[in-house]
Ligand binder design. Structure first.
Ligand SMILES: NC(=O)c1ccc[n+]([C@@H]2O[C@H](COP(=O)([O-])OP(=O)(O)OC[C@H]3O[C@@H](n4cnc5c(N)ncnc54)[C@H](OP(=O)(O)O)[C@@H]3O)[C@@H](O)[C@H]2O)c1
Length: 334
């Protein structure tokens, strides 16, 4: 079978497509024929060596495919089931712990950029009924992060206003989940054409953060001065201050991303003055993923797939991701 591996210490030119033996499932494992994966910023950072990983690691956290064999002790899946991977194969339920964080595919564990993957049945969930493999492959990291941010941590309700930043994978899912939950959405972006598409997806207002450095204040004004109830914060140090400025008194920020870096100043007084809460998010648990899949089936959300690349073109796909021309998810077919 074919697999995309990374030679240490990383770099897009150090990705190679190799032949590997097809794995056999152990008693508690399922063998999945992986048909699709999707790119997350995390995969890019691993690929360029920003997160050091084992030499010749198979890349990619997200996978979707079909069960082609099951071990003797498997009870939750049958051959032919369509499944998706989980970002934390050991985090089934409850609060996160160091042990539950271990083994993320394509980082601390073998990744999904392989035509066949064997893994514990608890490391997979069913895919939403009716989804293509490509659509299903968009879910394990970006969608679950957005789901947890809004439904588990911010606990949004109909009538709330949610702020999403930019038009990447996490933010578009957050927009879609917020809309089906009956919330209003204000989005930011750096491009007029993407602003139009955000409006089509249901954003009530779109603010251009590249043209308006005080976009937090603008967002607050757009809520009549009250502020937003929840922010899906994917930017990090350069956006957090504006996200705080956009919040209502008592609002919630899900701290998710590092697109502008990992260190910076925090306007502490503005934060406590507004009595905000902020939750650091690391994707989510398997149980949360099962809840999300049920919600997707009930609501009919369709992922926004920007483009599809073949496995052999993975390095090209990462370069395209880095250019930030995409809208929604970049996918990989195997
Ligand atoms: N903590 C977690 O569990 C978790 C899970 C998933 C992702 N993440 C993190 O969340 C971030 C987003 O991930 P992703 O996969 O959605 O990335 P992505 O698809 O690569 O998102 C890229 C988009 O982000 C927007 N963006 C970039 N800089 C921005 C800024 N200064 N202000 C507002 N928007 C900006 C741009 O949108 P426009 O082109 O519209 O301007 C860009 O197209 C990454 O840092 C990733 O590592 C964290």
């Amino acid at each position: 079978m074919k697999a995309a591996i990374l030679h240490a210490p990383g770099g897009l030119e150090r990705i190679e497509i190799v032949e590997r033996d097809r794995p056999e499932p152990a008693a508690h494992e399922i063998l999945v024929q992986v048909h699709a994966s999707s790119l997350n910023y995390h995969d890019y950072v691993v690929a360029i060596g920003g997160i050091p990983t084992e030499d010749q690691r198979v890349l990619m956290s997200d996978g979707a495919g079909e069960v082609v064999a099951i071990g003797d002790d498997v009870t939750q899946f049958a051959v032919g089931d369509r499944v998706i991977s989980t970002f934390f194969p050991n985090w089934v339920d409850g609060p996160i712990s160091l042990a539950k964080r271990a083994g993320t595919p394509g980082d601390r564990g073998p990744g999904m950029a392989a035509q066949f993957v064997a893994g514990a049945e608890n490391a997979f969930t069913h895919a939403p009924a009716g989804y293509s493999h490509v659509q299903a492959a968009t879910l394990p990291c970006a969608a679950l992060t957005a789901w947890r941010a809004l439904m588990v941590e911010a606990r949004i309700k109909p009538g709330d206003t949610v702020l999403v930043l930019g038009s990447g994978g996490v933010s578009i899912f957050a927009l879609q989940f917020a809309r089906v939950a009956g919330a209003k959405v204000i989005a930011t972006t750096s491009s007029q054409s993407k602003a139009d598409r955000l409006t089509e997806l249901g954003a009530e207002h779109v603010v251009n953060y590249a043209e308006d450095p005080k976009w937090g204040k603008t967002v607050k004004q757009l809520t009549g001065g009250r502020g937003v109830d929840a922010v899906v914060e994917i930017g990090g140090p350069d956006t957090l201050g504006q996200s705080i400025a956009a919040c209502r008194m008592g609002g919630h920020i899900s701290l998710i991303g590092v697109l502008t870096g990992v260190k910076g100043e925090v306007p502490t007084a503005a934060f406590f003055y507004a009595n905000l809460t902020m939750t650091g998010i690391s994707v989510g648990s398997r149980c949360q993923q099962q809840d999300m899949v049920r919600a997707i089936e009930a609501s009919g959300i369709v992922p926004v797939v920007d483009s599809e690349f073949e496995l052999a073109d993975l390095a090209e796909a990462f370069a395209y991701q880095k250019a930030q021309k995409h809208f929604g998810k970049i996918c990989l077919t195997l």
